[in-house]
Write a protein that binds this ligand. Structure first.
Ligand code: GRF
Length: 207
């Protein structure tokens, strides 16, 4: 199972530091072979050019924060044609409605900057900081039809320090995001994640 390269696509709308981490860190037997963005000004596109990763901007439809259904079907078809094994949402600021979730059921991951189920939705780091938690963090999860509700794959806690601002906290969380996202991709691609209900089990490395 772990011998063939698994083709990983990243969907990103913003800066792209998670995308860069997934390209530069060890995600074997997964390999990022494609970046798709819904924004032609996404920083992730410059990183793709720098790193030589094939990249495209596709039309997400007329809405601002979600897909048009026909457009989501086109993205799903594009990814299917590219023989993508795993899709990673890395700062992809658009709510998926159906076709991508169905096409990539169990093969679609998201990184979220909070310890879910706390602080789902926008600005998880800011929500945690404003709430006054002592421990913040990040979560990689499989994507289901809810907002940040799918089965949790990996989480990492990040302490909130007395002199933190929202931005210093977010910067420390981001470093942990890069690490757990890369690890989760590697585990998935090695066939080492088993989902049972809400629980994701990591099976031992038999290599
Ligand atoms: C990350 O904090 C991620 O958790 C959130 O959006 C941010 C994207 O950052 N969903 P980057 O574009 O990967 O630098």
């Amino acid at each position: 199972m772990a011998d063939r390269i698994r083709r990983v696509a990243v969907l990103a709308s913003g800066t792209g530091s998670n995308f860069r981490a997934l390209v530069e860190n060890d995600t074997s037997p997964g390999e990022v072979v494609l970046l798709l963005s819904d924004r032609n000004d996404a920083g992730a596109l410059s990183i793709a050019r720098e790193l030589g990763i094939p990249h495209h901007v596709l039309d997400p439809g007329k809405y601002r924060t979600r897909f048009g259904i026909a457009e989501e079907e086109q993205w799903a078809e594009f990814l299917r044609d590219q023989k993508i094994d795993l899709v990673c949402l890395a700062g992809f600021m658009r709510i998926l409605k159906g076709p991508l979730i169905e096409e990539f059921s169990g093969r679609l991951m998201n990184i979220h900057p909070s310890l879910l189920p706390a602080f789902p939705g926008l600005d998880g780091q800011g929500q945690a900081f404003t709430y006054g938690v002592k421990v913040a963090g990040c979560t990689v999860h499989y994507v289901d039809r809810g907002t940040d509700t799918g089965p949790v794959i990996l989480q990492k806690a990040v302490p909130v320090l007395p002199d933190d601002t929202r931005d210093t906290l977010a910067a420390r969380i981001l470093k942990k995001e890069h690490a757990i996202f890369s690890r989760a991709v590697s585990l998935h691609c090695a066939g080492r994640l088993r989902v049972s209900g809400r629980r994701v089990y990591i099976t031992p490395d038999t290599q």
